[in-house]
Design a protein around this ligand. Structure first.
Ligand SMILES: [Zn+2]
Ligand SMILES: [Zn+2]
Length: 402
């Protein structure tokens, strides 16, 4: 087992929260340079895999796929290619067409799938791997999302987004030079997905008091540490330096591993993901081009910091929640809740961080209208039965801002 996975595993081993900590079945995580292709071939041979299917799109075939294929083939491993076609908007989507294409292009005697791409390609492969009961190896081509090492696959089924629990990769390899050459908005989106942990972690803490949600302090601490590591390497991430992209990808991987161990996405996904999901559903309904997941999450988290801080003002005004059961808990834990929201950075700071790495920092820059934002603020909390500050805001019926 590599030291990276070992340190996450050992952190959970000493956790006394009483929750089930699932074992990480990943064998290897290698973030390196040119040598990574050879290391990946050695790993695949060690596992006695002979037949692979490499799943990629047109861009990722060029950026890394060809090299992966050539190296595996020259090591005597058979590689067949499944190049996913883009939709009418030119996007690769994890929808029925792509899922069926991958399944059709995966021969019955395939030993392992290799995902070469960013988040969506991984979701397609995660599903195919789960359906076929064969493992997959992850090769991220951009530090764009925290889902590489988790098991949940957000899929688009009949135009609706559904997250299906599938499977995590058995190993992850990537070439830092490929990450450097990826479009800059992808790393900015990865940073946005990490910045979202600011509100998801606050939501998780509060959900303990408001909804008895299971809470693992180790999972929270590891996710927080990964977030803080990104914030302390902001300059490096903004410059897309080797150090910056390594820190960013490692942080995204850790966030994914925490979800894997806890078998839920609570540490990494709160109200900001619900807003992002709502916007995504709206774009799907309108058949409009999709926005990057992390770009939406970063902006949503930034907006929520000021909304959550306003909740403290309402607490001081002796407001009550509309649900009497929740109100009782709210009255009991007001102090801790106010402290949690009080510790959040302010919206301006969040926007500065997002702008620094070159991502959108406002809904205008993201391309979301004020009307859609208002609608999402009212309804996104109903997407999941999960306690968030967004739910609290709706139960408190905040007065319009002066
Ligand atoms: Zn996310
Ligand atoms: Zn724990």
């Amino acid at each position: 087992m590599c030291s990276f996975i070992e340190s996450v595993t050992s952190a959970f081993q000493s956790c006394t929260c009483g929750l089930v900590h699932h074992e990480i079945n990943m064998k290897k995580v290698v973030i390196s340079n040119e040598t990574v292709y050879g290391e990946m071939a050695v790993f695949i041979k060690e596992q006695r895999f002979r037949k692979t299917v490499l799943v990629c799109d047109e861009n990722t075939l060029k950026s890394a796929g060809n090299k992966v294929r050539d190296t595996l083939e020259s090591s005597g491993i058979s590689v067949s290619l499944s190049q996913i076609f883009p939709n009418d908007h030119g996007d690769v989507a994890a929808d029925e067409q792509s899922l069926i294409q991958t399944l059709l292009e995966t021969p019955k005697d395939t030993d392992v799938l290799v995902a070469v791409g960013s988040g969506t390609l991984h979701d397609i492969v995660r599903f195919a791997s789960h359906q076929r009961r064969i493992p997959f190896v992850s090769f991220p081509t951009a530090a764009s999302v925290d889902g590489f090492t988790s098991a949940g696959a957000p899929l688009i089924v009949k135009g609706e987004k559904k997250t299906i629990q599938c499977t995590a990769p058995i190993a992850l390899f990537t070439d830092i030079n490929v990450l450097k050459e990826a479009p800059s908005e992808l790393a900015a989106a990865g940073f946005g997905d990490m910045l979202g942990k600011i509100t998801s972690l606050a939501d998780w803490r509060v959900s303990r008091w408001m909804a008895d949600e299971p809470y693992c302090p180790t999972g929270a601490a590891l996710t927080k540490e990964a977030l803080e590591n990104c914030l302390s390497h902001l300059e490096d991430i903004a410059a897309r330096s080797e150090k910056g992209l390594t820190v960013l990808l490692e942080s995204l991987i850790i966030s994914g591993l925490v979800m894997l161990v806890l078998d839920h996405s609570r540490p990494a996904s709160g109200g900001e993901h619900h807003l992002s999901h709502y916007w995504e559903m709206d774009l799907l309904k309108k058949d409009a081009p999709q926005l990057l997941h992390g770009a939406k999450v970063g902006v949503a988290s930034s907006l929520l910091t000021s909304i959550y801080k306003r909740l403290i003002e309402e607490m001081n005004n002796d407001q009550e929640l509309s649900d009497p059961v929740k109100n009782k808990r709210y009255q009991q834990h007001k102090k801790e809740i106010a402290q949690t929201y009080g510790e959040l950075p302010n919206e301006r700071q969040m926007q500065e961080w997002l702008a620094k790495v070159g991502g959108p920092s406002t809904i205008q820059e993201l391309g979301i209208t004020q009307d859609l934002l208002e609608e999402a603020l009212q309804h996104a909390h109903t997407i999941r039965d999960r306690w968030t500050g967004l739910k609290m805001k709706n139960q408190l019926r905040l007065t319009p801002q002066q």
